[in-house]
Design a binder for this molecule. Structure first.
Ligand code: PLP
Ligand code: COI
Length: 342
């Protein structure tokens, strides 16, 4: 691949907002099949006002990243897992699945087309990639659409939670983002619409985001609004909740394997009871956007529980962060199949 100049942006202070790039990708599903798809410059879509995505939330999306290696190359982190998860979301909402090859080739195409915007290695920023699928076309009754639009946009991003590796605080919300047997385990817009209010309340109170408890008993931590939850026990085990109402995070799956294979730790799914947080010495949020964000404290029923420290990242969280980002930026040898060069 040619390596064009990297476009100069303030990569140190990017945060997580949208900068329009040169190209995005769009493909249509009509008459029972996907078309080839094209790259285009315009980043708007024109769809029928009666589209199922607008009225009935028939849409799904993914979040993934491309990273600039020290040698200038560009790599994707586990895009096959995003492709598979999008297929699960599509299946659940009766949308046509996007073949894994089509998904990965389209992601590579968009990243290549915008390669000068993949942030420099030194910045520790990355290119965030947002594949999405929408039910489109004329429709009035509650039923699946006949036509679909699959698109991919991308934009350079920095830290999702302000502070990067500096701990952030969360509060426990009284609301649920998903039902026990609902759509919490797939990546669909409705889950995020349901989370906007509690996120806003958390922000107003000075928290980075909120923690959702399991929607059945409200006694166990489910996840955060935009990331999964993990904690470290006193005997150095990595614990992360298993729940049918949370998004199965690719980052979570990865740090569990990193903890086992690189750090020799035990990593397991276990319930995290909200009134037993003193069993844990460290805690964090993990996700594509969140990467690994240490949690300083969690507020529950007016009391703040502090894990390792409100200001310092804990030693195991730091090790996990260094290994995960080392793999993502190409400095640490990845387990087989995790890295796709663009
Ligand atoms: N949970 C929610 C609700 C999310 O939006 C995300 C982000 O994608 C995650 C967890 C983390 O998932 P992943 O690590 O696959 O990005
Ligand atoms: C991600 O981490 O990719 C997410 O989708 C989280 C959020 C920006 C919705």
């Amino acid at each position: 691949m040619d390596k064009p100049e990297i476009i100069k942006l303030d990569y140190q202070n990017l945060g997580f907002s949208y900068i329009k790039l040169k190209y995005n990708y769009i493909s249509y599903y009509r008459n029972g099949q996907w078309d080839e798809g094209v790259l285009r410059g315009e980043d708007t879509v024109t769809i029928a006002a009666t589209s199922t995505c607008l009225h009935y939330g028939q849409e799904a999306f993914e979040g993934m990243k491309a990273f600039r290696r020290q040698d200038g190359g560009i790599q994707l982190f586990r895009p096959d897992e995003n492709a598979k998860r999008l297929q699960r979301s599509c299946k659940r909402l009766l949308m046509p699945e996007i073949p894994i090859d089509k998904f990965i080739n389209a992601v590579k195409l968009v990243v290549k087309a915008n390669q000068e915007y993949v942030p420099p290695y030194e910045s520790k920023a990355s290119l965030y990639i947002r594949p999405y699928i929408l039910g489109i076309g004329d429709n009035m009754g509650v039923r699946p659409a006949k036509e679909y639009l699959f698109g991919i946009i991308c934009t350079p991003v920095g830290a999702y939670f302000k502070g990067g590796l500096a701990p952030v605080n969360f509060n426990v919300t009284e609301y649920d983002r998903a039902a026990p047997n609902g759509t919490g385990d797939i990546k669909v817009g409705g889950n995020y619409a349901a989370s906007l209010h509690s996120h806003e309340v958390a922000k107003e109170k000075g928290f980075a985001d909120c923690i959702y408890l399991d929607p059945l008993t409200h006694t166990k931590i489910d996840e955060a609004g935009a990331a999964n939850f993990f904690a470290i026990t006193r005997d150095n085990r990595l614990i992360t909740p298993y729940s049918k109402s949370i998004l199965p995070s690719i980052t979570r799956m990865s740090i569990m394997q990193i903890a086992r294979d690189y750090l020799g730790m035990v990593a397991e799914h276990q319930d995290v009871y909200i009134d037993k947080l003193d069993e844990y010495t460290e805690a964090g949020a993990c996700g594509t956007a969140a990467v690994i964000s240490p949690i300083g404290g969690i507020e529950y029923q007016g009391k703040m529980h502090v894990f390792h420290s409100l200001t310092e990242v804990g030693p195991i969280t730091r090790k996990l962060y260094d290994l995960l980002t080392g793999i993502q930026y190409g400095d640490v040898v990845a387990p087989e199949g995790w890295i796709y060069l663009v």
